[in-house]
Design a protein around this ligand. Sequence first.
Ligand code: TRP
Length: 337
Amino acid sequence: MSTRKRILSAIQPTGNMHFGNYFGAVQNWVRLQEEYNCVYGVVDYHAMTMPYDPKKLRQNTWELLFNLIAVGVDPNNLFIQSLVPEHTELGWIFNCFCSYGRLSRMTQFKDKSVQSKEKANDDFISAGIFDYPVLQAADILIYRADYVPVGKDQDQHLELTREIAERFNRQVGKEYFVLPETLHTEIPKVMSTADPTRKMSKSAGEKHYISVFAEEARIRKQIKSAVTDTGDTPEGEMSAGVENLFSLLKAAGKIEAHTSLMEDYHTGNLKYSDLKGEVAEGLVALSTTFKERKADILTRKKEIKGQIKASSAEIRKRAQETVREVKELAGLSNVKF
Ligand code: TRP
């Protein structure tokens, strides 16, 4: 048995991977694989909580898996959530260890309810949106993860996960679950280059995200038109747009350029065009490698799908073991697999 600490993280299958997802999460996933025992899920059950198209869901799930492999995630560490149905079973059990009032106060529940209403245009809000964090707790605890690498926006979900674990442990009288901790990435939040006051995201529209597989010319154009200074930044403070460009530069690994341009900034000699030029170089270099790998993956789709089904089955064994033990502790009937 490996004594390495365990890591779990997950991502929703919503098409196209952008640099916000990559720098905010996935790049870190790739690095962590060297030091930890990692499992990473594509959470399709979570993607059903908002109004959605079933055909697109499966397509997006596979697309995301191909993308994750293209940017460097080891396929052996990947699973599809719906191929490990024990997540939902543990989710149900956890429902009974989680307070209703607590769930209704989650900020994401409030935000997502509004989004869902808009998207559904019949005011539909699924109970799945409400229950979303409980399934997320199951995703994490089912693998007894020590660490969960996520952005700051997930802090509330992690807190709830620990509360569920504590309540379960208390009620069954055993320190069964370890309390997982958040691992924040160095660049937790990548902002939209078109509006640096909001997060880079696909839902905000075309100009608010830069795809990691985009054409080189498009990446350059999007960086070139990035908002730098809107004139409302207080004296002596860096504007949100410039700050975002600097963090993109650093995230893209252009450390020397970062240091020298930062010097220019502090001496009042920074040319935005230089900063943008370097950011574009950095993003294009990464994107070129990713696109090459993606092209290769797309010629071996069938083989790779087989590989992911096999890794999901392997990872499922761990989930089954946890659910078996949890049912035992929770007083449910149980059979050995
Ligand atoms: N809620 C996460 C997000 O929106 C996705 C997610 C689902 C997740 N289950 C998880 C993240 C488990 C970390 C661990 O990004």
